[in-house]
Design a protein around this ligand. Structure first.
Ligand SMILES: NC(=O)C1=CN([C@@H]2O[C@H](COP(=O)(O)OP(=O)(O)OC[C@H]3O[C@@H](n4cnc5c(N)ncnc54)[C@H](O)[C@@H]3O)[C@@H](O)[C@H]2O)C=CC1
Ligand SMILES: O=C(O)[C@H]1O[C@H](OP(=O)(O)OP(=O)(O)OC[C@H]2O[C@@H](n3ccc(=O)[nH]c3=O)[C@H](O)[C@@H]2O)[C@H](O)[C@@H](O)[C@@H]1O
Length: 482
């Protein structure tokens, strides 16, 4: 029986290993983590992450061929294949701060593997890492090898949160990069056989190590670039009377462009797009390619611009001040169907509103009050494109200005304006008549996800702002300058 151990029981490690265990009943899979709380949650009824379909998969295999443990050394020592799926955040200090990937967790995992191993291993990079990381990992392992043979593979993960299980069941592709040596090819084949249990062979791509590593960064950069492109056009739509949904539809009908990932929004969030583009920018700079670095940096600049533009629109519409006004924020997660708030645009928007002294009342069906308060108190690292939306005030002051409710109606009660920042389905079918009755007048809705029927809301009496749509007369009279 092949034994797999995955280091890192997070958003990637947990779901990917659960699916491998489900699809390969003959493989024993153990997910290990240094976080006792996370492992306890994986072993409980309340999994540490919310992901549609995940509970069911875990329930089917936990206790059969899937387990979660904090006994990292034991399971690493016993494994044939070790996936490393630890976090690789942006460095906040020292060389490359604000751009480069922080590989501290990765390096310590690699050193630990070298310390405890007693038999040959295939070590798989599952985390997103800078191109050439495999070379560094190889050096750490081979310099401490004690005669053990290590093969390093790159097998980046392309799942998106909220659809992780679906993405893992039917991936567009699985990418495996390895050394072009007999040992490397054999290791690639071994991993390929694991995926071949459920992924059609023509969807399993094999490349050299550096292509696999770089493809992951490039894929995320391309995806984020599409969003920044449509968001840039959304600003022009508002200025000209064009409708961004119509433009995106017409553009996406070109089969060379395609319809997906062209939804204009308040900005993209999530733990990876910004981090991975910054990482790409840094690698370009280190390789003497400043023009290429600047090209990709622009994707993030437009994303920051979009968030700033949204806040400015809210403030400008309300007579240029939200001081002392109550703003309801519907949705805090970075997208629907997840409780994840990492880099959510809601953080920057709320900070912008709080900076203008608004009181903010937040509702999200999956995010806890504790998480929201922590996110709003946290300072973002300072890089060369600061968002200028950060609070000067620390936790206590933020806590006073922020309330978190468990109901959209409660959040909107007595509010001057409502901002929709996550596209949760339930926001489409709220009783907006009831919301309107309980709000201050004029009552505003700022739809950062284009989920509401603006015409219906206007009939009720709302002044409505939708991203990239023709503006109400009210908004035209109060132009927001980004
Ligand atoms: N979140 C996502 O949707 C996707 C993330 N990725 C990449 O996958 C990697 C992991 O991301 P997430 O799962 O979101 O991170 P995460 O932060 O949810 O999970 C990482 C886990 O690794 C654990 N860890 C760190 N160092 C460790 C060590 N030395 N030994 C044992 N455990 C250790 C942490 O305690 C944490 O639980 C990142 O590189 C990310 O860029 C790739 C595709 C999708
Ligand atoms: O490396 C990663 O972490 C993952 O990053 C993204 O997945 P994820 O961040 O989970 O979610 P997305 O669906 O890509 O959405 C990212 C952000 O873009 C926003 N978005 C997405 C699509 C769109 O048309 N418009 C738009 O504003 C979303 O609301 C969200 O804030 C990629 O889609 C995954 O392929 C990748 O594996």
């Amino acid at each position: 029986m092949v034994k797999i151990c995955c280091i890192g029981a997070g958003y990637v490690g947990g779901p990917t290993m659960a699916v491998i265990a489900l699809k390969c009943p003959h493989v024993e899979v153990v997910v290990v983590d240094i976080s006792v709380a996370r492992i306890s949650a994986w072993n409980s009824e309340q999994l540490p992450i919310y992901e549609p379909g995940l509970d069911d998969v875990v329930k089917q295999c936990r206790g059969r061929n899937l387990s979660f443990s904090t006994d990292v050394h034991k399971h690493v020592r016993e494994a044939d294949i070790i996936f490393v799926s630890v976090n690789t955040p942006t460095k906040t200090r020292g060389l490359g701060a604000g751009k480069a990937a922080d590989l501290t967790y990765w390096e310590s995992a690699a050193r630990m593997i070298a310390d405890v191993s007693k038999s040959d291993k295939i070590v798989v990079e599952k985390s997103t890492v800078p191109v050439k990381t495999a070379e560094a990992i190889e050096k750490i392992l081979t310099h401490n090898s004690k005669g053990i043979n290590y093969q390093i593979l790159s097998n980046p993960e392309f799942l998106a949160e909220g659809t992780a299980i679906e993405d893992l069941f039917k991936p567009d592709r699985v990418l495996i990069g390895g050394r072009e040596t007999p040992g490397g090819r054999k290791a690639v084949q071994t991993l390929k056989e694991v995926y071949a249990n459920w992924v059609p062979e023509d969807r399993i791509l094999t490349t050299n190590l550096w292509s696999a590593e770089l493809s992951k960064l490039a894929a995320n950069a391309f995806l984020a670039q599409r969003i920044s492109s449509v968001n840039a056009i959304s600003a022009l739509c508002e200025a000209t009377g064009a409708d961004v949904s119509e433009v995106a539809y017409a553009v996406g009908k070109d089969t060379r462009i395609g319809p997906k990932f062209l939804n204009a929004s308040v900005g993209f969030g999530g733990s990876c797009f910004q981090k991975d583009i910054l990482n790409l920018v840094y690698i370009c700079e280190c390789n003497g390619l400043p023009e290429v670095a600047n090209y990709w940096k622009q994707v993030i600049k437009i994303n920051d611009y979009q968030k700033t533009r949204f806040v400015n629109r809210v403030v400008a519409s309300m007579f240029n001040t939200v001081s002392g006004k109550k703003i309801a924020v519907l949705g805090f997660a970075f997208k629907k169907d997840t409780g994840d708030t990492r880099e959510t645009p809601a953080i920057d928007v709320c900070k912008g509103l709080l900076g203008d002294k608004a009181t903010v009342s937040i509702y999200d069906p999956q995010v806890t009050e504790d998480q929201i308060q922590r996110d709003l108190a946290m300072n973002k690292f300072d890089w060369d494109h600061p968002i200028h939306l950060q609070p000067t005030s620390p936790t206590a002051a933020v806590a006073k200005q922020v309330t978190v409710t468990w109901d959209a109606y409660e959040a909107a009660k007595g509010a001057h304006g409502v901002c929709i920042l996550t596209e949760w389905d339930e926001f489409k079918t709220l009783d907006y008549e009831r919301i309107y009755q309980n709000m201050q007048k004029p009552a505003f809705v700022f739809d950062g996800r284009n989920v509401v029927d603006a015409a219906k809301l206007r009939e009720i009496g709302f002044i409505v702002y939708s991203i990239g749509k023709p503006l109400d007369a009210w908004l035209k009279d109060m132009p927001a300058v980004a």
